[in-house]
Design a protein around this ligand. Structure first.
Ligand SMILES: Cc1cc2nc3c(=O)[nH]c(=O)nc-3n(C[C@H](O)[C@H](O)[C@H](O)COP(=O)(O)O)c2cc1C
Length: 184
């Protein structure tokens, strides 16, 4: 087990795991759980593919369908949570984010980079989550206008490393990621 004495080293380790989600298709960091709060008060959690991460600007990006329920939730409340569990290194990462939703022409450069066979995820008819008569009673109509980029501005990162002795720390953007140790 790694023995972290410095908050900075621990955060660096956390970010290295997040970046693995881009570099390594098998890393669980590729598929974070993205949590929004719904209008009825229940939190909604779902898996998304992490499309981009940027430590320097503390950002993480996802892509989604503009007609999906998370879009309505984000309109009401742009605050969201991200959760990643990395069993190999026994690390849990939790983030609080504020989501900027990009839709329309601004997403065209992103859309160009989406492989053709992946575009079917944006434009399902009827809209995702609509009740249908039978399991396959839907069609794909890939549509750039149904494509949204969720740019998540990370406000806080919490790390929990399991070991003989667990290690936990909390870092906030508001304190320039200085961090503090927490009792696990
Ligand atoms: C492995 C995996 C990856 C997924 N990746 C995405 C994704 O990148 N974007 C997306 O919108 N939905 C993705 N989904 C589907 C979502 O989990 C979710 O079902 C869908 O976005 C509708 O969510 P909502 O109705 O809560 O908005 C993925 C699901 C799985 C199981």
């Amino acid at each position: 087990m790694k023995d972290f004495q410095k908050l900075d080293d621990f955060l660096e380790f956390g970010w290295a795991q997040i970046y693995r989600g881009k570099a390594d298709k098998k890393s669980p960091a590729r598929h974070p759980t993205f949590v929004t709060s719904s209008i009825d008060g229940f939190p909604n959690a779902r898996t998304l593919v992490m499309r981009r991460c940027d430590k320097k600007n503390s950002k993480i990006e996802f892509h989604t369908d503009t007609a999906s329920s998370k879009m309505f939730a984000l309109k009401e409340n742009p605050r969201a949570g991200i959760h990643i569990w990395l069993p190999k290194v026994q690390l849990q990462i939790q983030m609080e984010v504020i989501v900027q939703v990009k839709v329309g022409d601004i997403t065209i450069p992103y859309w160009r980079d989406v492989p053709t066979n992946s575009r079917v995820a944006y434009g399902t008819i009827p809209s995702p989550g609509t009740a249908i008569e039978s399991p396959l009673a839907y069609n794909h109509k890939p549509d750039q206008k149904r494509f949204a980029v969720l740019v998540c501005d990370i406000q806080s990162i919490q790390l929990l490393l399991l070991g003989v002795k667990h290690i936990r720390a909390h870092y906030k953007k508001s304190t320039n990621w200085q961090g503090e140790w927490l009792s696990p």
